[in-house]
Design a protein around this ligand. Sequence first.
Ligand SMILES: [Zn+2]
Ligand SMILES: [Zn+2]
Length: 1005
Amino acid sequence: MKTFIITGAVWHGVGSGIRHTYFNYVDQVTRHINVIFHRQLPSFCGRLNPTASSQLSRCVTVCRSYATLDKRYSRPSNLLVENCSTTVTGFITTRNKSRRRNKNKLETNEKLLQLLNTMPKKVDVKVLQEARLAKKQRIKKYPPSTVYLQVLGSGAPGAPRSLYVFTEHARYLFNCGEGCQRMAYEHKVKLSMMEHIMVTHKSWQNVGGLPGLLLTLQDTGVPEITLHGPPGIETLYFDTRHFIRFRNLNISYNHYTSNDGKFGSKEDPLSIQYVPLWATTMSNSEEEAEVKENLEVKTEAGHDTTASQVSTSAGNLNGTEECVDYYAHERGNGKRTGGDGAAVMAKRPKKEESVLTRNLAVAYICQPPPKAGALILEKCVKFGVPPGPLLGELKRGNDVTLPNGNVVRACDVTNPDDPGPVFIVVEAPSKAYLESLLASPQFLPYQSTAQSDADLAEVVVHFTSMEVVEDPRYQEWMARFSPSTQHILINDQNTCMGSEAIHRIQYKLNLLSPSLFPLLQDKSLPLKDSLDSDLLRRDSNCVLPEKAMQDNVNCGSEVNDGNKSLETSHKHITGPVTKGRTLLTYYLRPRKKLQREIGTIIDPKTYIQECYDNEGFEEALKAFKDSVGELKESSGEEHPHIVFLGTGSCIPNKTRNTSGILLNLSLDKSLLLDCGEGTYGQMVRYYGIQGADKLLQNLSAIYVSHLHADHHIGLINLLLARRKAFQKMQVSKVPPLVLLAPSRIMNYLSSYHANFEDILENISLTPNHKFLTSRQDVEKEAHKELCHTLDMKAVDMTYVEHCPNSFGVALTHTNGWKVVYSGDTMPCKGLVDIGQDCDLLIHEATMEDELLEDALIKTHSTTSQAIQIGVEMKAKHIILTHFSQRYAKVPLLSDTVPANVGIAFDNMKVGLQDLPNLHYLYPAMVAMFAEDYDEMLDKTAKKKAARALAQKEELEVEMLDKTTKKALAQNVDLDAELSKTEKKAVQASMQKELDGETRGKGLGS
Ligand SMILES: [Zn+2]
Ligand SMILES: [Zn+2]
């Protein structure tokens, strides 16, 4: 019997599909072999799928520490795992690369070659998805025993609005406002079992978080998402596909008229009924009638495949629009996993449907399946039921006769059946929808007119704005529900921003310098110190309408909400009304109803204590204060100054949002450099609602450096908020905002304008390329105009080295100061040219120096590269930003960072006079976030070791290849061919790997 070793490298970063493949390989090449894994065996066994484990009947490990690791993992019972020290007779090295190498080299052995050729080349996602589906079918047999609704985003200005519905079988999301994924991430709301996203109306506040969320869902391995709502919501998906990579996520769309307006059967975790609500408008009622008629005819015909439940191959995607691939550079390097364009996507909806259904809202009537009441064992004992089959009968609802002749009725020993409580999600986007709402008969069976109490709606969640809620007609509709029905409002009159993490870090940084890190103006969460009084108020969380409307129940003490309109009394409504706040939970099953837990609070004392708990922090803080002398306690009025709103790359994490840099030029002029998802939310947190309004009115221009989502997806929200800010001032004609961006951004904005909401009249685009140094003679007028708008002497742009149409910019003010912003780029000569002698260079530094290779692949810069550009530019000061998500707190810098370099943080405010002090912050920050910092150092060390190991292994592979080749050719025992030195080398490398494997997973990409 031969014993083979599968070396550890295979478990690094490959999916189980590949592992599976190797079992095929091993099984077919040498039957009845022992397979030795020396690494990660336990975790691997824990994850073995049934097919793989059946192919591998015997598994031996030489790893000594296995015995201790073993306990943490379960493993398939049919797999025999032994500890052994058998002689090693051969190696199958399973590195991806070496496999390919084998393929090229082992020409001598035809059998082996044949096998290698028949091995699947790609990770078989299908197999995994099938397994997932099978599991789902298994649990689907039982109705869910836990069903709850949870407010994820309250809908407050700057906060997302979204309702999360949990069942054990699947998760649902109703609306997905901008910032949803960040909120879900902070509050550990699991997205991996998400299956359906319902949209009530086509507006940014309902879909703004969708592109980002879909991306996150894909990364968590969700195979398919179904979108529900008005036709055309999926256009968002189409329009973002150039700058968001969807690979293995299937998106299908369910038409609101399909299947009689119903979705889900009795076995599904939720059965859903769609209720279309049409706006009554004067202008296009004829067209609308036609569309409505068409939609309905299709349903009757029952074979509409154009818009309902469609998913087609991505091959059809290349429509008429341009198809610039902003991620081509990454693919070119072969680093991309998954099949190219493997995602299956919904078809683009017909344009007229999509456009006209802007006047359509969809409400959802939802019901979990009924569940039989549980057996009450105490009662069974009381009635004298013996253990055994009779209990089963009772559980099934059948009456039984005991041996002594007594009859026990099932209803006497079980809890009552749960018929499945109904909840309704509704939005009337404006008063124009009220007529339709009042006329919709679908709600009647769940209102006071219900046939039985069990049919009465348990909860109604309103995404309707307060202005409409207060309309007497809406009140009339609400009054039709039973007094027992709970109403939850998720709209812009709420104030809960929902995030604690952002405050936590700001309180800490504020210790270093209150002027650089002022406390946030967002007062929507209660402070722990004032909690006693809060608790009293909170206790009245679920109150009668008059009180609920008057009381800003859910949020902290100093809410600046201007909620006068709330004070109108609502005499009609008879049920309890509660304002939504993040994590407010309503349990439908088990029926625990509204949960009154405190939820998120701000606890400054604890945050500060956390800092001082770090060894050396106090000294570092003192050293910092000594170095900078007296940092001016600035009032924020000096100009120019910069507020960093987002300093992370790719997707937002708890403490760093995606790119957004606010350049406040003067009291009434500001320029925003890039605008990632959630930028408006960041503004509201930093400035408060009124402050953000004022800022938006003073915003002279937005500059978008390139079309990656993390630099511009927040734009639409900002435009809408800006329009609102002007409308609050009774300004009827909102001046268009100067948008400096790659011209292709208009494809996306125009499509949104056509399919969702009007936005174009609020934008005046001047394409970035007009400001290229080479073009400025030709574009004199545009240049002059922009300089005038921004009080600049010069605005210079240059192409940088990132994706197509990426720009860097240099701004020279009439007062003489000069600021340069790199956008995303590798080290770029053009930027050096336009940035000469600037006062400040803001440069991306996505990666630490150790990850040079990754930086290259993703066309980003390392910290040292960014600093080098500053040196070449002769920049007086450099601020690094756009850090990879692995540096959530502090990035790793080399020891030789020059004294003019600082690190950007979210919510950091920097004036020109602060620049010399920034350098001293870093040591204090390292002390403050010591734990994170150490972990990062660890990861880097590990990465270094892994790289060294990989190089070594490659050498070994080459060596072993030779041996194997020879042995196979001569058909001799491999063991005899392996020299002692080779064995030793491998064993040493094993040990080294094991030593390195003390911490969690490797770095993400
Ligand atoms: Zn970026
Ligand atoms: Zn980018």
